[in-house]
Design a protein around this ligand. Structure first.
Ligand code: ADP
Ligand code: ZN
Length: 608
């Protein structure tokens, strides 16, 4: 019954035909007046879990959110859908502030967004305590936990809400919280035995891939971006310097590329974030300083120009693509040198040995997934503790299962060459040695039994095999201040390869590795609308709708996606609705937007 009222709002106001995933369960719980904890993946529709009960239950709904930008976006989107929503923060003009309080007094405001410190001010609590409240939602609830990855001390104050508003249901939502973090959220927010809703970590709209870096520089990243024109993307690079250089190179190719890192002035950062959010197709090149609260739903790809720090970070970072539920991509470039650097960074930190070991294990697990041979999302979900996980069917490894070939004998040759050379040479010199091609070779090196024993493979084949051995820990790279040297890894493991007890397999025989690298690249080429499920025939209409949306967004100074998401526009382009009724049936077209934009949209459809 209560849920029927909620579903009616879902359809009328938000234009979606039914709840998905765990939404109905969470909303039902809150509608019944009970507190709850919901862990739903990014793009899983968390915001509706508190927006809808706020609209249906009597009283004002409070939403606590850590970032002003995030609130501003949600409020703009709600207002587009005809919902009375506002945010209050230190930047709110006094006249608007007075108007908001007037609306609250009249009972006409449905939702009020606040920061934790804004809400917990005594005067604010005092004013709110006299009002009927429909619920208090705590967004990004993992911020309350020290075990989470983004602890915010001001979130700790929210525990007091349990005493201040004992009758009001509290809903804690987050996209990432392992069991330990969930326990912490429950304790800190005093949720008692509130029901917990934990959805799968699956992100079926994301097609994931990873490739080993080839050569130096950013050539491959430029290629990947060029293959995805007129799309918004995020590119993560490991260093500020790398971010600046990559953004420059992209801009030189005519892409709207914005650099973002902690070394830039705060106002410049804010400006670039705004540009990115409002653009129809922009590429944000950033360090991990760019992250939480960036809810641009139409990010179509995330590229890691350098690999992330661990699987948790990987999932979060690629999770910023495809939040609107339309197809998107996560592409990661990685190398054995990145692995070596990551290990060294951990080793140089002033930490307990056991903490170091745990962090190094996380790094190894990341590279095992990146360089692995079976479904990537399945590996990640198992890592997060999900059981009975099936293959995704759309990552690079599902689509083109690599053929494993035994390379134990070649590995034995490489390991004994490295052993003889005493770990004093870099990769290129080791390969020259194996091929017997060392320039001005010394008499002692030429006399070694391993000199020239690997002529059957190409240099590229050996490079791949050495990478493989590095990823498996059989070889170890010493970064040596940018002139890396290769030495033997784990002694026991190396010995078992010599004895033939441990087999080494590579994705293909090293000799053909070069060819497989090229094949891997052409696979990435697709026409630009394909990942959005747009047939070439519908592309002109889709582009025209996007152009129309861009103009309407610019007029109103809002990001384009608060008008309609890409997923909605692509459905319109596919179905070509001829009437307002037909248009209303498309997901994302609610009553308010139908009234506001329906006639315009039908006109675009008729004209193209
Ligand atoms: P989250 O905050 O969990 O990342 P959002 O609340 O921003 O996700 O929702 C992600 C997208 O999914 C939005 O485009 C939203 O309109 C859409 N969405 C949410 N619930 C539904 C639903 N029941 N049916 C269709 N689309 C939905
Ligand atoms: Zn897969």
């Amino acid at each position: 019954m209560l849920l029927d009222a909620a579903r009616a709002v879902l359809q009328r106001t938000f234009g979606h035909s039914d709840f998905r995933g765990l939404q109905a369960g969470v909303i039902g719980e809150v509608m019944a007046g009970r507190s709850a904890l919901a862990v739903l993946p990014t793009g899983g529709g968390k915001s509706l879990c508190y927006q809808i009960p706020s609209l249906v239950r009597p009283g004002l709904g409070l939403v606590i959110s850590p970032l002003i930008a995030l609130m501003a976006d949600q409020v703009a989107a709600l207002q587009q859908s005809g919902v009375a929503a506002e945010k209050l923060d230190s930047s709110t003009e006094p006249s608007l502030r007075a108007d908001i309080w007037r609306q609250i007094g009249e009972g006409s405001l449905n939702l009020l967004y606040l920061s934790p410190e804004g809400l917990m001010q005594p005067s604010m609590l005092e004013q709110l305590s006299h009002l009927p409240l429909s619920l208090v939602a705590i967004d990004e609830a993992h911020c309350v936990s020290q075990w989470g990855h983004d602890f915010r001390p001001e979130y700790r104050m929210l525990g007091r809400l349990a005493e201040v508003f004992p009758q009001v249901p509290r809903l804690a939502v987050t996209a990432t919280a392992d069991a330990r973090t969930r326990e912490d959220i429950r304790a800190e927010l005093r949720l008692g035995d509130a029901r917990e809703f934990v959805d799968s970590f699956a992100r079926p709209e994301l097609a994931l891939s990873a490739e080993r870096k080839r050569g130096e520089g950013h050539g491959r990243v430029l290629e990947l971006v060029a293959e995805r024109p007129n799309r918004s993307g995020v590119i993560y690079a490991g260093s500020r310097n790398g971010v600046d250089r990559l953004a420059e190179k992209l801009a030189a190719t005519g892409v709207l590329a914005l650099a973002y890192h902690a070394g830039l002035d705060k106002d410049l950062r804010a400006h670039r974030l705004e540009q990115f959010l409002e653009a129809d197709a922009a590429v944000m090149v950033a360090t991990i300083a760019f992250g939480m609260g960036v809810d641009k739903p139409d990010v179509r790809y995330v590229i890691h120009a350098d690999p992330p720090a661990a699987i948790e970070a990987y999932w979060q970072e690629i999770g910023r693509a495809g939040r609107d539920g339309a197809p998107a991509e996560g592409i990661t470039l990685y190398s054995s040198s990145d692995l070596a650097w990551a290990m060294r960074r951990i080793d140089s930190r002033d930490m307990d040995g056991s903490v170091k070991a745990a962090q190094m294990r996380k790094v190894r697990q990341l590279y095992a997934m990146l360089d692995g041979t079976s479904c990537r999302p399945a590996a990640v979900r198992r890592y997060f503790g999900e059981s009975s996980v099936t293959a995704c069917g759309q990552c690079d490894l599902c689509l083109n299962p690599p053929e494993a070939a035994d390379a134990t004998e070649a590995a034995q040759k490489a390991l004994s060459a490295v052993h003889r050379l005493g770990g004093r040479l870099g990769r290129g010199r080791v390969i020259d040695h194996l091929l017997g091609k060392t320039k001005d070779v010394s008499g002692s090196e030429a006399a070694m039994s391993t000199y020239g024993i690997g002529r059957e493979f190409s240099a590229a084949g050996w490079r791949d095999l050495l990478d493989q051995l590095l990823f498996e820990g059989l070889l170890r790279e010493d970064p040596n201040d940018g002139r890396p040297l290769i030495g033997l890894g784990e002694a026991g493991e190396v010995k078992s390869v010599y004895r033939g007890e441990r087999r080494v397999s590579v994705r293909q025989m090293p000799a053909s590795a070069e060819a497989s690298g090229r094949a891997g690249r052409t696979r990435g080429k697709r026409h630009s609308g394909e990942r959005l499920g747009i047939e070439p025939a519908d592309a002109p209409l889709f582009d025209a709708l996007r152009a129309w949306r861009r103009d309407r967004a610019a007029e109103q100074h809002v990001p384009p996606y608060v008008i309609f998401h890409d997923a909605t526009l692509s459905a319109i382009a596919r179905q070509r609705p001829a009437s307002l009724d037909a248009l209303a049936k498309i997901s994302g077209v609610g009553q308010s937007k139908l009234k506001r934009y329906g006639a315009d949209v039908l006109k675009v459809v008729r004209e193209i």
